[in-house]
Design a protein around this ligand. Structure first.
Ligand SMILES: NC(=O)c1ccc[n+]([C@@H]2O[C@H](COP(=O)([O-])OP(=O)(O)OC[C@H]3O[C@@H](n4cnc5c(N)ncnc54)[C@H](OP(=O)(O)O)[C@@H]3O)[C@@H](O)[C@H]2O)c1
Length: 236
């Protein structure tokens, strides 16, 4: 794939790199924090990777319209960072937050939301609380690129609204689709889809291949695994 250095064709079989559970990933992030690496730096690195990957997927970001659909967890935080980086690539960027800014769960995601919200000339911000307005649906479906930052390893139970309707709108869009860490709706531990899930052209997963991605190409598309600066000592 043009512009993308390494990716795995997610067909199953023996070619997979080693996988990681969401629980193990969380403990590695805790260890990195204890080593003095703040989570906000990991989020910055993750968002930068997403931006570069989207640029590769689109064959260049300049002048392209990119919609980042974000949830209120750290997956959404990665999306806020990616949106900022994509503006630097000359893209026309919109963040669609599924929820209110008060519902953003972590201080790292909140900090990056605040930056994005202050970028009033380069990022369009839309928040959706209940139904998906027609004009927002149209912008999702007309975008050159769609970033799924709704939820990653923190997904639980049945997908609520408006998330469920928005995933349908994203799936029926024509633009290139990129999932952040894991497609929203895919169980990060088992790969099960209880109701529906985002169908990506490409999933960029951080640090290590999340176990739920294995053999789920219809949802993940190709899978790219990228480092986000976690020290090897954090693996212990
Ligand atoms: N921590 C780090 O250092 C770090 C480093 C790199 C990347 N990341 C990113 O962070 C992600 C994990 O972040 P996270 O633990 O905050 O979890 P998350 O994947 O962002 O998901 C949690 C969010 O999704 C919502 N949610 C969960 N299930 C839902 C459902 N069924 N319907 C609607 N909303 C639902 C939660 O809201 P409720 O709580 O209200 O249900 C919460 O806002 C990773 O996948 C990765 O992308 C983190």
């Amino acid at each position: 794939m043009k512009g993308i250095s390494k990716y795995h064709d997610n067909l199953g079989g023996t070619m997979f790199p080693s996988t990681i559970t969401p629980q193990r990933m969380a403990s590695i992030e805790d260890n990195a924090d204890r080593l003095g690496l703040p989570r906000i730096i990991l989020m910055e690195n993750a968002g930068n990777v997403v931006s570069k990957t989207m640029k590769g997927l689109l064959g260049g970001a300049s002048g392209k319209s990119i919609v980042v659909v974000a949830g209120t967890g750290n997956n959404g935080g990665d999306g806020f960072v990616a949106a900022r980086h994509l503006t630097g690539e000359g893209a026309r960027v919109e963040i669609i937050l599924l929820g209110t800014s008060e519902e953003i769960k972590t201080k790292e995601a909140s900090a990056n939301w605040n930056v994005a919200s202050n970028m009033t000339e380069s990022i369009k911000i839309t928040t959706i609380h209940k139904e998906l307005p027609t004009d927002v649906r149209d912008r999702i479906q007309g975008a050159d690129g769609i970033v799924d930052a709704i939820f990653g390893t923190g997904m639980r139970d049945v997908i609520r609204e408006p998330h469920s309707t928005v995933i349908d709108a994203m799936n029926s869009a024509a633009g290139k689709k990129l999932a952040v860490d894991i497609p929203s709706g895919l169980d990060p531990s088992t790969g099960e889809v209880h109701d529906k899930a985002f169908r990506a052209d490409l999933t960029v997963s951080f640090h290590q291949y999340k176990v739920g991605l294995v053999g789920r190409k219809e949802y993940t598309g190709d899978v790219l695994v990228e480092g986000i600066g976690i020290p090897p000592e954090a693996e212990k």
